[in-house]
Design a protein around this ligand. Structure first.
Ligand SMILES: [Zn+2]
Length: 176
């Protein structure tokens, strides 16, 4: 799998992200202002819906000619920290569980239980970092993936999830 790449310019970045459905790199131009704005409150996610212009027509398993979406997570250095691809509105937890189980071992998926308004940080219900990380606890990422996207250690995320679980903000789904 080729590595994701970013070219950085003054006002924008050119991002090449690997789409596992197209099995090809997808190129995107993103305004830096958009990223900076998104990073103010949480982890920046670029959502990009597309179709593979050159699907393999001889391969009946190749569904990449159908519309699908990738999420590209970008950090404050404008680097890509993660990519997710899926058909439809959002990937289902079942798909993630099955996919991760194939790789072996137990899978822990943190899921936000209720919507947390930005005001919650002001009122001290949770800190900025927790608020930021909660954005990727959407049932699409395992604890390891959350750690990778947020650029924290798995241990840090485990501790944070335990705190948030006690506050009733997240639940952890376990799949084996
Ligand atoms: Zn694609």
């Amino acid at each position: 799998m080729p590595e994701n790449k970013v070219k950085k310019y003054f006002k924008l970045i050119e991002a090449w992200a690997w789409c596992p459905i197209c099995e090809d790199m997808v190129a995107l131009i993103i305004d830096k202002d958009e990223i900076i704005d998104g990073l103010k409150t949480s982890i920046y996610t670029k959502e990009f819906t597309h179709k593979n212009p050159h699907p393999d027509l001889d391969d009946t398993d190749d569904l990449s000619g159908n519309e699908h979406t990738i999420y590209i997570y970008i950090n404050e250095n404008y680097d890509i920290t993660g990519v997710k691809a899926f058909f439809g509105e959002s990937p289902t937890t079942t798909e993630i569980g099955a996919q991760a189980a194939e790789e072996g071992g137990e899978v822990r998926i943190p899921i936000l239980v209720k919507e947390v308004p930005p005001m919650a940080v002001k009122f001290g219900m949770l800190n900025k970092e927790q608020f930021r990380v909660l954005k990727v606890c959407d049932g699409m990422n395992t604890i390891e993936q959350v750690a990778q996207i947020a650029q924290k250690s798995v241990r840090d995320i485990e501790e944070m999830m335990e705190q948030l679980r006690r506050k009733g903000l997240v639940k952890i789904i376990i799949r084996t």
